[in-house]
Design a protein around this ligand. Structure first.
Ligand code: ARG
Length: 580
């Protein structure tokens, strides 16, 4: 068990004996490190509930805790804060344990099955920075959920249906009208290869999308094709499958670059077999009502602070909509996987829509109360003008272009000497991905933030390059030391003690990060840890230290810092290159 959970359970036992109640028993990093390494602030709440004096309560808790032989100092500050410091013997024992297996420094949760929906790219359309945020945050949350002991299933939830299909097919038909896909009388086999490449798609979609906006006749035809495809037109469907494959291959390549992967590559269209069941459930539970020529689910509740409009689920002619497919997708996920929780990592702007969807799902009984649905919203990545990040000529910034720009910027400080060309490329890729991902995970998830290329790719400050550079330096120190049998034997200085406290804090950070789905806790923590370590590194000559115990202890601490970095960077899906 991690040291924080162990201490929690000691406090719990003591509270039990004393007849005090605190469900959570939260242990915090200390706000006054001179008084203790950690803090327990529960006495104030207990006092409030029991109408007693908080300092008296803290005194009683401390008196009982002192019977354990792991504390060096327990003291009470202010209205009843309990400051906690562990003694060296206990700390060293613990450090030696987690040096073998750093994952012992994590609080584990009872296993749940979590289904995560993130990424959400659209077939035939380029990935943009919004998809980047969803993929980045989703991937890290997936890994975090696994780290604390859950079973996790991830689904990319492709946008593989809708008007973009009509647009691309329209564009292809205009370019190559003689293809068999457009011949209604064609009865032979359809070609195995796609008539278009991804580069073609990247041109066709934006072109037709623009033209359809300006020319109603084009739009009308796009609508017709979309409807035809939906009705099962054979040629269109064959062509669309080609387009899907080409587009998915490309999306996979891009996701690969940013270390994002999925268990399931399902799309919106995979829910079709379940739509009828869902409509029946909605009907049987009296959820479908007619309104202005459509069928809706009323989801407003009496104590809503603002109006939650009804969710439109069927057009008057009975055709399904985006929301219908959303409900059917959930129905299918529950039926096939029976998850305890479903998480949606989506842009904040979709908050209202998901409120409507979740309420419809519970109201109709498609989801029962045992299954938790969670909306995990994120803010927008903005340009310096405070508006959503655009290319120089005002277009939507594509993820690929963004990566290229960062790569150009990071290239300047990469080591030029003694590194092979091919290796250079790989290093530049890893550094730029680290810069991008770290910067994206640094602000509070729900806040908008300004994308600042120079700042994010700098080697100084809270940046991906700073973190991975720190890691590379420790790794090369470990290698240079040539030492193999080392562990922490003693704690020699305050800086070391501070680093050790930080290492223990890892379990608090992972725990709060998981509970609140805030990856910024992890990125901030990594910066604090590495800054402390870098201070220690510059103050001491670790490898050449003559006192053997000291040298070995220092190397062990260095390795621990590396291991903490590594497990957290793995969670954020950031790779550490060999050199840079
Ligand atoms: N494809 C959508 C988009 O590009 C995102 C999908 C989000 N997930 C969901 N289940 N609706 O905006």
């Amino acid at each position: 068990m991690d040291i924080i959970s162990e201490t929690k359970s000691k406090i719990k036992d003591v509270l039990n004996i004393l007849g005090y109640e605190d469900d959570l028993v939260l242990i915090h990093s200390s706000s006054r490190p001179e008084l203790g390494q950690f803090q327990y602030n529960g006495a104030m709440q207990i006092a409030k509930n029991m109408k007693l004096n908080p300092v008296e309560i803290s005194k009683k808790i401390v008196e009982k805790l002192n019977r354990y032989d792991c504390f060096e100092n327990l003291n009470i500050a202010g209205p009843g804060f309990i400051n906690i410091s562990f003694n060296s013997k206990y700390l060293i024992q613990y450090l030696n344990k987690i040096q073998q297996d750093i994952s012992l420094n994590i609080k584990k949760y009872p296993k749940k099955k979590v289904f995560i929906d993130y990424g959400g790219p659209n077939v035939a359309k380029a990935l943009h920075v919004g998809h980047l945020r969803s993929s980045n945050i989703g991937e890290a949350l997936k890994r975090l959920a696994k780290l604390v002991g859950n079973d996790v299933i991830s689904d990319v939830h492709l946008g593989d249906i809708g008007r973009q299909s009509g647009m691309v097919i329209y564009g292809i038909r205009e370019r190559f009208p003689n293809l068999v896909y457009f011949d209604d009388k064609y009865i032979g086999e359809y070609p195995k290869e796609s008539p278009v490449t991804n580069e073609d798609l990247e041109k066709i979609y934006p072109e037709i999308s623009l033209r359809a906006k300006e020319d109603e006749a084009v739009m009308e035809e796009v609508r017709n094709i979309t409807a035809e495809l939906d009705r099962g037109n054979k040629g269109y469907n064959h062509l669309w499958n080609h387009i899907k494959k080409v587009s998915i291959d490309n999306i996979k390549k891009t996701f690969d670059k940013i270390n994002v992967s999925f268990d399931l590559w399902e799309g919106e269209s995979d829910c079709y077999p379940y739509i009828n069941d869902v409509i029946k459930l909605l009907q049987n539970n009296n959820c479908l009502e007619e309104s202005e020529g459509a069928y809706v689910v009323y989801v407003g509740e009496d104590n809503d602070k603002f109006e939650i409009p009804p969710l439109i689920v069927l057009k008057s002619d009975g055709t399904s909509l985006y929301a219908t497919r959303e409900l059917a997708t959930v129905y299918s996920r529950i039926k096939r996987f029976n998850p305890d929780e479903i998480w949606y990592v989506v842009d904040n702007r979709q908050c209202m829509y998901f409120t409507q969807v979740f309420r419809s799902l519970y109201k109709s009984g498609i989801v029962d109360n045992k299954t938790k649905l969670e909306f995990i919203g994120f803010g927008t990545m903005n340009g310096k003008d405070g508006k959503p990040f655009k290319t120089r000529d005002g277009g939507v910034m594509k993820l690929e272009n963004l990566l290229d720009e960062i790569k150009k910027e990071s290239n300047q400080y990469l080591e030029k000497e003694g590194i092979e060309e091919t290796e250079k490329e790989e290093i530049a890729n890893k550094v730029s991905v680290a810069a991008l991902k770290y910067a994206d995970l640094l602000p509070n998830r729900e806040k908008d933030y300004v994308f600042d290329l120079k700042k994010f790719s700098s080697l100084e400050g809270k940046t991906g390059p700073y973190i991975i550079y720190s890691c590379i330096r420790i790794k090369s120190l470990l290698k240079k030391s040539g030492e193999d049998n080392y562990k922490v034997a003693s704690i020699y200085s305050k800086t070391e003690k501070d680093i050790i406290t930080k290492i223990l804090e890892m379990s608090i950070v992972i725990d709060s990060s998981y509970r609140n789905k805030t990856l910024s806790d992890i990125t901030e923590y990594l910066y604090e840890l590495d800054s402390l370590y870098n201070k220690f590194y510059s103050e001491n000559r670790i490898i050449t230290e003559l006192n053997e115990d000291k040298r070995k202890s220092w190397i062990a601490i260095s390795e621990l810092v590396y291991k903490v970095n590594k497990i957290l960077l793995d969670t954020l899906a950031i790779e550490i290159p060999e050199k840079m």
